[in-house]
Design a protein around this ligand. Sequence first.
Ligand code: SF4
Ligand code: SF4
Length: 363
Amino acid sequence: MKRLCLSPSDVLDFTWDKYQRKVSRLNHPVVIAWGLTSACDLHCIHCAVDAGEPNKDELSTEEALMAIDNMAEAGTKHLLIAGGEPLLRKDIFTIAEYAANSLSVGINTNGFSLDRSAAQKLRDSGVNQVRVSLDGAKPETHDMIRGKGSFERAVEAIRICVGLGFPDVGIEATISLLNYDEMPDMVRLASDLGVGVFEAGDMAPAGRAKKLAHLCLSKEQRGEMLRFLAEMQETIPSLIITSELPHIFIVSEEMQNKCTDIYSKDVSLGCGAGIVGAGLTVDGKIVPCPLGLQVEIGDIRKDRLKDVWANSELLKRLQSREVTGKCGRCEYQYACGGCRGAAAIAGDPMGEDPGCWYEPDLR
Ligand code: SF4
Ligand code: SF4
């Protein structure tokens, strides 16, 4: 590897170049994250989508299958089925199997209903990725957040999926002040359980967590969390230890090394909302990101995703990465770009990410 020793303005120029090359070739969504139902068998105190009962306007089975055809036509590669709890849809195996004929398919679950029979059906349906939510390394912590008995069920679901040989099993953790100190034990547990991925994000004050803003991480704690994940990645290379937060780039020497290797095409695009992928809400609305940037840019019942991807003005703006504020004068503008969902919640999807602790070196 031949690394460049780059000044902040060189970092900006170098990553701008890699970003433009990559994004100009991405003329289709790589991943669609689909909230299939708002029904859930748990009632987590921090649920960002306030899940519980099914939404009356959820897609029917027939509409869901048409949506999959629509995604495939647009060139989508990976479908991530989430919720609520997607296993509560009676047609989940039909939908998963149909999707797996044309797409790579992942499922996000709380694990509560993922017994051996359900896991085997998912495996037989062609699902290749499973993510189970785990918010603690011990029952006391996880169950306080997600409900009595949920830790044992989630851990058992993980064991079953690892045992069944799914190609990609991972843990997703939502970090708040309730489990911040438990992260080292959570990573160790992930490693002991034999999963391939441990991914941590921080609790956002959205949905039911709006009332828990006092338990959200500070900017500095978010930075500490990401630094911790990057350090653990060095210690346990057999486990992918990461975060969906784009700021992971600024603390990960490994990611930076790849990006500044002149012989490598590797690049970090940072926030992927509207660039790498988009979201689909329970009632079929196409949005740039299901987690924060829930601005409707199309309707899967009426629109071709292919056309939405080609013509949406908001997607064009996101792809341009012409962000403002602190993100617009940051050397990591193209490699991180700031969470566009967090910026949108603060009032402007192209504004600065209000949750970032980093002070840019560029002036
Ligand atoms: S966080 Fe997930 S498991 Fe918990 S209530 Fe919400 S959708 Fe259900
Ligand atoms: S200022 Fe914006 S682009 Fe720079 S590291 Fe922070 S979030 Fe990323």
